[in-house]
Design a protein around this ligand. Structure first.
Ligand code: AMP
Ligand code: GLY
Length: 413
């Protein structure tokens, strides 16, 4: 099978590593890719959000399967354009990607499908904002309606900060605060059949102890030993199946990766958000543990044959990833710093680039996701932090407490 991966981040590097390891893949390309992905795939230039350009590249490479990593190309209609050329594509249509592209759309689908989630209001005027904040109380959760690369959400006890964020965004969803540990559940689907992957936990805040601003994600681990045994079947029954049915009913079936972001509240798992693609950096840990060949799984979802796939197989043990971010992330990250010690197995590249003289340099906010497995979570953690210690990047920021609460048994339901 000839496979083309679209995107250039850590998630796409993890996907490329998984696809390259699938014996049915005899050609792997990525566009635009990054220097880490270049170790396993042939890189091509493309504007990932240009549907016609991506479709043309897929034709030129005679791809059998295109895997779209990030949300922006999906929302722009890249999967539709690829499928229009008769090429299988892993990723939802533009219409179905609205589950991520618009928080208000996602809330509407959840309401129609009876999915457990936070009560919410879609607001545009200061009066609507004020009424929603009064009704729902503090802590306030104010979400930019559109795509914001994981940085459009403010959770605050400070009412004027909530009002300011709403005013800055224009159109927002304001919702009830959901208490409880967060879980990311990825579901591979062809629109009807749904195959859950292993739940993972992401660390959204910049600093240790969940302090500091929200980011795209500073680390992750799996499996979640503390999660309730019925978590996955319950979320499939209460959330995933009804959502897929509602999307089919609307004539816009969702096929690809449904990312269910959950809070495990005292009243059960409730949806914090849907995304229309693999999460980053959770993908790095989930795929590190997946034994089933990845291209076969994604191709089955892309061709409507998921129901015939044998059950997934998983490796024993645990995986963890620690994101190394650049100075000033998530504000205006400094780029162009030389990186050393990052061209080794387990160091997944996100925001990296190759300078003209061949040096590896930082090129984004989240630069690397340093990933390791081990027989248990403590061993995986030690291995990942040993790899981090071997990386040199001036001004690097990373959390020292990824998976620490789980190792120490401190996560309470
Ligand atoms: P989102 O982009 O919707 O995932 O939001 C980013 C982060 O904000 C989430 O991972 C949560 O940590 C937090 N968050 C979002 N919505 C809520 C909510 N209703 N209650 C509590 N925390 C939330
Ligand atoms: N890890 C959060 C996300 O991918 O949105």
């Amino acid at each position: 099978m000839r496979v083309l991966v679209i995107g250039s981040g850590g998630r796409e590097h993890a996907l490329a590593v998984g696809l390259a390891a699938d014996p049915t893949v005899d050609f792997l390309a990525a566009a635009p890719g990054n220097p880490g992905i270049a170790q396993v795939a042939e890189l091509h230039e493309v504007t990932a959000t240009d549907p016609a350009a991506v479709a043309a590249l897929a034709v030129e490479l005679a791809a059998d399967l295109v895997v779209v990593g990030p949300e922006a190309p999906l929302v722009a209609g890249v999967a539709d354009a690829v499928r229009a050329k008769g090429i299988a594509c892993f990723g939802p249509s533009a219409a179905a990607a609205q589950l991520e592209g618009s928080k208000a759309f996602a809330k509407d689908v959840m309401a129609a499908a009876g999915v457990p989630t936070a009560r919410s209001y879609a607001c545009t005027t200061p009066d609507e904002v004020s009424h929603a904040l009064d009704d729902l109380g503090a802590p306030h959760v104010v979400k930019n309606d559109g795509l914001a690369a994981g940085k459009g959400v403010v959770v605050t006890g400070d009412r004027s900060a909530a009002e300011r964020h709403a005013a800055d965004c224009g159109r927002v969803v304001i919702e009830e605060y959901l208490p409880g540990p967060e879980v990311s559940l990825f579901v591979v689907t062809d629109g009807t059949a749904a195959v859950p992957l292993m739940p993972a936990q992401d660390f959204k805040r910049l600093a240790d102890g969940d302090e500091g601003p929200n980011t795209g994600g500073m680390g992750a681990y799996a499996p979640l030993a503390w999660a309730p045994d019925d978590l996955v079947p319950r979320v499939l029954a209460e959330t995933v199946e009804p959502t897929l049915a509602e999307m089919r009913r609307r004539g816009t079936p969702f096929a690809g990766l449904l990312y269910v972001g959950l809070a495990l509240t005292p009243d059960g798992p409730k949806v914090i958000e849907f995304n229309a693609r693999f999460g980053d950096p959770e993908t790095q840990v989930v795929l590190a543990l997946l034994e089933t060949p990845l291209a076969g799984l994604l191709n089955a979802a892309a061709t409507g044959t998921l129901a015939g796939l044998p059950p997934l197989r998983w490796r024993e043990g645990s995986a963890i990833t620690v994101v190394v971010a650049s100075k000033n992330y998530p504000g205006t990250p400094r780029t162009g710093d030389v990186i050393e010690g990052a061209e080794v197995p387990g160091v997944i590249h996100a925001g990296t680039a190759r300078r003209d003289d061949g040096a590896l340099i930082s090129a984004g906010g989240r630069v690397l996701s340093v990933t390791a497995t081990g027989p248990d979570l403590a061993a995986a953690r030690d291995a990942a932090y040993a790899l981090v210690a071997g990386v040199r990047l001036d001004g690097a920021q990373y959390r020292k407490d990824i998976a620490l609460g789980a190792v120490e048994g401190r996560i309470k339901l």
